[in-house]
Structures are given as structure tokens and as C-alpha cells.
Ligand binder design. Structure first.
Ligand code: F0G
Length: 331
């Protein structure tokens, strides 16, 4: 059911249960916001204390408010996600705290659920492609593991190609594959408004590489503008998502152009986080403020067509009717 509104819940319920079973008093994670929201919720339900390490100022209010309300000890460190991971790894060596980042194998086992449910919903007929966002690369690893296992168990008779999309400003895995043929990953300082995937040193890159190779998938990168437009398109379809999730649609467009995805093929995009996780981004997009913070990005006519800024007016019937007429004329 993903009760905290991101894909992290299926993995977290398994790993938090393991912490509970082992009678840990404290659980902890470093996070860009969704893992911490999920961990805090499951810790609260399981009567455990939770410690959250998040990068100061670089996570959305929706996610921060979740970890506060669920009662976590929330430490905003003056660093990025990768800096939070470094501190956490040292902490768990010194204190009796159970680590709930996606290097925890129970997280990966639980996160396989999305792929298994997907196949069940598709009547065990695999799509040609599955496309996921790539941050710390736990999700692509989990979905890949699930599909490879279902294939081995003959629950499915072929493997979908699993492709991974990163933001251009946070693309260490893309560069690893394209520049070093997957032989090494060079950590980078990451920057993107899709804060969920603002990660420069992904923990599970080797597992993700294996998934890419074994399924024949591709890795792609997308710009901030492409992410913003794709997000608005997903919203305009009545679904909505947070920025990091929209990299999948932006990536699909590129993979169609390059011919990697064919016109007739079936494609599944995994939507990883709810629209309300990051309302600031959405409001800035529709008001046009987002692009002031991205001088290198020039909104296109398509961007303008997707923007729906709120209209402030007097409480006057004529004004509302005039607004209706204007909207009728908008493409
Ligand atoms: N989409 C969303 C909404 C996320 O929150 C994350 C990761 C990803 C995609 C990428 O998944 O890391 O498995 O490759 N969020 C983590 C967090 C890092 O702390 O919430 P990944």
C-alpha cells in the first residue's frame, strides 16, 4: 500500500521487522527524505526509536515533516547525502544501532515486491522494458533481483530489459557505464532539483550494473528541464509524482529517439514517489519560478503549455468567467 507515499515502504516493512525481531532499540538511516520518512513510520509502529541523518536544506518539506511527525530524532547535517552515509557508517560501528539503508539485505528483499506485483498484474506476461530512476541504486538492484529470480523459477518466460535513468547533475552511474565501461565508479558532487536522487556515490552500483548487463538494459541521463516537463506531463495525466520519479518518462523519450525502445514495445515506468512529497517544486514550476534557479535551462513552448499558474482575482463572477474564457483559449 506504500502508506508513506514512496516505494520505500515495501522494503522498510521487512527490514524494520528484522530490527524488531532482533530487539534493537534504535534504527537509523541516511536519506534524501523518503527512506527516512518510511523508516520513522515503521519504527514508530514497532515501538523503536529512529535516528534520521539528512542533508541540511536539500530535502523537501513533505519528507522532512513526515519524519518529524512520526517521532524520529532528525539530524540535518551540513553536508550532502553522501556525507550523511559516511557519518552513519561510522556510527553503526560504535553504537548498537540497526542500519536501515538499502545496503541492508532485508530492504532489497522487501523491495522486490513491486516487480512481483507488477508481473501478477500483467498476468505474468513481462513487458519489453522496465524503466526506473537511479539514485543510490537499491531499487534497480531489487527489481532486477526479483525478475531474475522469477525467470529462474519459470514464473516468467523472458526478461524485460531494465533501464536506469539519472539526472545529468547526479550521474555517477551513467558516467561509470559510458566512460569506464562499468570498470569503476568515480564519486562526484551531485546537484539536481530532483533531491531524492541527489547522490554522488551510489552504494549499490555494482549490483545495478549486473542487472543492466543481465537484462540488456540501458542507462540514460536527463536534464533538469526534461525532468520538470516530464513531471508536469505525468501530473496532467491525473497521476502526479515527485521530480525524481519523472526521470523515467524523460528517459523513455530519449530511449525512443535513440531507437533502444521501439514504437510497438510495452514499457513500464516505476513511479517512486507521490506528488505531495515535494509541493514546492510543483508550485515553482507552474508559477515559472523554477527556471529562475536554472539559468542554463530555457523553458520551451511545451513547458509553457504545461504551466497552470494559480490566478488571483476578486470574488467576482465576471472575473471567474473571464478566466474560464482565457483557459479555453490556452493550448
Ligand atoms: N525515487 C525516489 C522518489 C527516491 O526517494 C529514490 C531514493 C529513488 C527514486 C532512487 O532509488 O536510491 O534505490 O536508486 N531515495 C533514497 C532515500 C536515496 O533516502 O529516500 P535508489
Amino acid at each position: 500500500m506504500n502508506p508513506t507515499a514512496s516505494f520505500k515502504d515495501t522494503g522498510m516493512t521487512v527490514a524494520a521487522s528484522s530490527a524488531h525481531q532482533q530487539e534493537f532499540r534504535w534504527v537509523a538511516c541516511a536519506s534524501t527524505g523518503n527512506t527516512s520518512a518510511s523508516m520513522a513510520a515503521y519504527a514508530a509502529r514497532g515501538n523503536m526509536q529512529s535516528l534520521v541523518l539528512i542533508p541540511e536544506g536539500k530535502i523537501s518539506w513533505g519528507k522532512l515533516s513526515q519524519s518529524l511527525d512520526y517521532g524520529a530524532l532528525t539530524c540535518q547535517l551540513r553536508t550532502d547525502f553522501d556525507g550523511c552515509v559516511r557519518i552513519l557508517n561510522e556510527l553503526v560501528r560504535r553504537e548498537p544501532v540497526y542500519l536501515l539503508n538499502s545496503v541492508n539485505p532485508y530492504r532489497i528483499e522487501g523491495q522486490k515486491t513491486a516487480a512481483i506485483e507488477l508481473m501478477e498484474q500483467l498476468n505474468w506476461q513481462p513487458p519489453d522494458h522496465i524503466i526506473v530512476p537511479g539514485g543510490n541504486l537499491g531499487n534497480s538492484s531489487a527489481i532486477g533481483k526479483a525478475l531474475l529470480e522469477m525467470y529462474e523459477l519459470k514464473l516468467i518466460d523472458r526478461l524485460p530489459k531494465i533501464s536506469i535513468i539519472q539526472a545529468e547533475g547526479a550521474n555517477p552511474f551513467y558516467r561509470s557505464v559510458k566512460e569506464y565501461n562499468g570498470n569503476k565508479l568515480v564519486p562526484m558532487t551531485a546537484d539536481t532539483q530532483a533531491t531524492a536522487i541527489r547522490i554522488g556515490n551510489p552504494a549499490s552500483w555494482k549490483k545495478a550494473l549486473r542487472v543492466l548487463r543481465e537484462t540488456g538494459g540501458e542507462v540514460e541521463q536527463v536534464t533538469e528541464l526534461e525532468i520538470a516537463e516530464a513531471k508536469a506531463e505525468i501530473g496532467a495525466d491525473g497521476i502526479g509524482c515527485e521530480p525524481a520519479s519523472a526521470v523515467t518518462l524523460a528517459g523513455l523519450k530519449k530511449l525512443r529517439k535513440s531507437g533502444f525502445v521501439k514504437q510497438t514495445e510495452n514499457v513500464v515506468l516505476i513511479l517512486t514517489g507521490h506528488l505531495l512529497k515535494d509541493p514546492d517544486f510543483t508550485i515553482k514550476f507552474h508559477r515559472g519560478d523554477l527556471f529562475n534557479e536554472m539559468p542554463a535551462q530555457h523553458p520551451s513552448a511545451q513547458t509553457n503549455a504545461l504551466q497552470r499558474a494559480p490566478v488571483v482575482m476578486d470574488a467576482d463572477l465576471g472575473a471567474v468567467i473571464a478566466a474560464l474564457d482565457t483557459a479555453e483559449r490556452k493550448p
